[in-house]
Design a protein around this ligand. Sequence first.
Ligand SMILES: C[S@@+](CC[C@H](N)C(=O)[O-])C[C@H]1O[C@@H](n2cnc3c(N)ncnc32)[C@H](O)[C@@H]1O
Length: 191
Amino acid sequence: MDDTPRTRPPALGAIFAGAARLGFAMSCEERTGSLLATLAASKPGGRVLELGTGVGAGAAWLLHGMTADSTLLSVEMNAEVQGVAARHLGDDPRLRLVVMSADDWLDAYDGPQFDLAYVDCRPGKFHRLGDLLDLLRPGGLYVVDDLLPQATWPPDHQDRVDGFLADAPIRPNLQSTALRWASGLLLGARL
Ligand SMILES: C[S@@+](CC[C@H](N)C(=O)[O-])C[C@H]1O[C@@H](n2cnc3c(N)ncnc32)[C@H](O)[C@@H]1O
């Protein structure tokens, strides 16, 4: 079984070139991206949230799967990094890019709930999971990656991941499955 994605978002090549120029190596891998596109496609007209845009690889995959009437709000604290996403995806009217710390964004956001959240930074994942889950509609999907050990992790990071993997399954409002696949995922649905 070859689980390499057969299709890719057209902008991905230019995004990775921009990432290389910045020395940014934290983009999601292609299998994860393909899953993001699939999950986004399951929410026609959906409201999608990403915390931690990076250079926009995950956003490109989400947009790839989203219907024309869906929207993606993506939050990133590093303007230079998110600038790559803005250059290559910014013309897509479904996308709104916000430069802000995800903690500040979680404090400030008072809009409607989301149908899918891809959380790729610490807020909403390793802390403030409850606040993030409150932003999902019932049936809304929650996705995180990078849960399998990686060479780039700081020494204290395994404890953070272990805490998350112990906490997420016992949340009363989340039905979740940990996946030992790609970089290590947790996929959940808001109850
Ligand atoms: C793993 S990368 C994101 C990759 C991207 N989601 C993708 O799938 O290609 C994590 C990003 O989160 C950003 N970040 C880290 N902490 C953050 C915070 N507290 N608020 C907002 N962004 C944050 C980093 O600057 C980095 O660009």
